[in-house]
Design a protein around this ligand. Structure first.
Ligand SMILES: Cc1ncc(COP(=O)(O)O)c(C=O)c1O
Length: 276
């Protein structure tokens, strides 16, 4: 990464680029600034300048569909543990073009045997993603797409780069609360958009965030992954448990449609036009 202290003091974030707009840029920017503060990284520029640099970077790239990924680090230093030898924090951004069609096919998940980071570190999007990488690799070794972490008290936590949610038999959208995991920008947006599905005769009866036990999760009608990379994706199997009839669930599909619609024509608070 772009820090030259052994401790690799850095934080990062990502925002999707869709139809020449940045999706949820301000929400992701707020999160990287919070992550930087938790990692004690001084901002090299103020928020407005960071935002301007990011929009200009996408503009210069001419990319209209893909993702913008950016890092804040302690900066160039002396390869020692402490970043005190890094005198100027650094900001680094790249644009990744991605024209591949969006895949919504349901996936398999397994409970991760790699320990989850303790809450203080899980809540920061730092460059320490070794546990996340190992959890993903372990899933792939078991023919699964993703590993699911449980928290220190045994409640369902999150995946290595996404949040999780369930639809119970009582038609409740149930999501682990964000106190011990990363507060997902997409998950928060899904919680808001899901309100359109709540009501008599509609797909959902209620929306709730709280502690979710493995038993509750496994007897749910639907399980889904939520994040800026996967958007909303059905989990059709978790360990030995198959959800519903093994196909993508209707609520998951409806939430995916809502988020795709939001990316294409949502309000200016979530869609920032890139001046190419
Ligand atoms: C550990 C972790 N949890 C959840 C998420 C989902 O967050 P978002 O929806 O903001 O991409 C991510 C992705 O950034 C992540 O790395």
């Amino acid at each position: 990464m772009i820090t030259w202290s052994t401790g690799d003091t850095g934080v990062f974030d990502t925002a999707a680029i869709m139809d020449g707009h940045l999706y949820e840029l301000d929400q992701h920017l707020d999160r990287i600034i919070k992550s930087a503060s938790m990692a004690k990284i001084k901002l090299p520029y103020d928020r407005q300048s960071l935002r301007r640099i990011l929009v200009q970077t996408v503009s210069a790239s001419k990319c209209r569909k893909g993702s913008l990924r950016y890092w804040l680090s302690a900066g160039v230093g002396d390869f020692l543990l402490s970043p005190s030898g890094c005198h100027q924090s650094a900001f680094y951004a790249i644009v990744i073009q991605d024209e591949s069609p969006f895949v919504s096919k349901g996936v398999k998940s397994v409970t991760s045997s790699i320990p989850i980071k303790p809450p203080q570190f899980a809540a920061v999007k730092s460059v320490n993603y070794l546990p996340n990488v190992l959890a993903k690799m372990e899933a792939e070794e078991n023919d699964a797409y993703v590993g699911i972490w449980l928290d220190g008290d045994g409640f369902i936590a999150e995946g290595p780069n996404m949040n999780v949610a369930f639809v119970t038999k009582e038609k409740e959208l149930l999501m682990p609360q964000f106190d011990k995991i990363l507060s997902g920008c997409t998950a928060k947006r899904v919680l808001t958009l899901a309100e359109a599905l709540v009501g008599d005769g509609k797909l959902l009866r209620a929306i709730r965030q709280g502690n979710v036990t493995v038993e509750e999760g496994k007897k749910a009608e639907e399980m889904m992954l939520i994040g800026s990379g996967v958007l909303v994706r059905s989990v059709v199997q978790w360990d030995e448990q198959v959800f519903g009839n093994g196909n993508e669930g209707p609520v998951t599909q409806a939430l995916l449609d809502l988020i795709l619609e939001d990316m294409k024509s949502g309000p200016p608070t979530v869609r920032i036009p890139v001046p190419y």
